[in-house]
Ligand binder design. Structure first.
Ligand code: ADP
Ligand code: MG
Length: 156
């Protein structure tokens, strides 16, 4: 994968499992416009920066640049074989009052690969790994070279 890789798309509804079942909401990005990029990415977990670009006139939605982890693939631990591959972004930021931003554009800058896709033996095992992945991303993104890349999203 050639990084940095910038992707953007509309936040769409998923199966509501991210926050309900796993305590980690993931903004599902509409895959239509990024099919080519998706096809070039190995399924697994990536990290980088994210920024919301809400349409004009939206109520206050935080549109600062935040750290993010991005899952690309078919979610083999929970997928019963009936779901298309997805692109899901957990933003490392607490949005006030459990705010939702379906319909907003989300822009991500992918800077690195954390791990390939794994089919875990249990949802608990998956959840622990997600927490570990988030902790790793948090630390890696503090490196000055990666921190500096956040500006790329601000310039647009
Ligand atoms: P869905 O299956 O519809 O994607 P999730 O349970 O994964 O549902 O929750 C994702 C939604 O939660 C996002 O689309 C967004 O509107 C909201 N959300 C709130 N906080 C965050 C966050 N920190 N990262 C990602 N999405 C968040
Ligand atoms: Mg989700």
């Amino acid at each position: 994968l050639r990084t940095p890789l910038a992707l953007r798309g509309k936040v769409v509804k998923g199966y509501g499992r991210g926050s309900r079942q796993m305590g980690t909401p993931t903004a599902n990005i509409e895959t239509g416009l990024v099919k080519r990029a998706l096809a070039s990415m190995q399924p697994g977990v990536y990290f980088g920066w994210a920024k919301l670009n809400p349409p004009h006139g939206w109520p206050t939605v935080d549109s600062d640049v935040h750290k993010m982890v991005l899952n690309v693939g078919s979610r083999p631990t929970v997928n019963k074989g009936d779901e298309a591959p997805s692109l899901e972004c957990h933003i490392l930021h607490h949005f006030e009052g459990g705010q939702e931003f379906y319909g907003s554009e989300l822009e991500v800058l992918v800077l690195g690969f954390l791990r390939p896709e794994i089919k875990f033996g249990s949802v608990d095992a998956l959840v622990s790994r997600i927490k570990a992945d988030i902790a790793t991303a948090r630390v890696q993104l503090d490196a000055p070279q990666l921190r500096a890349q956040a500006a790329v999203l601000l310039d647009k």
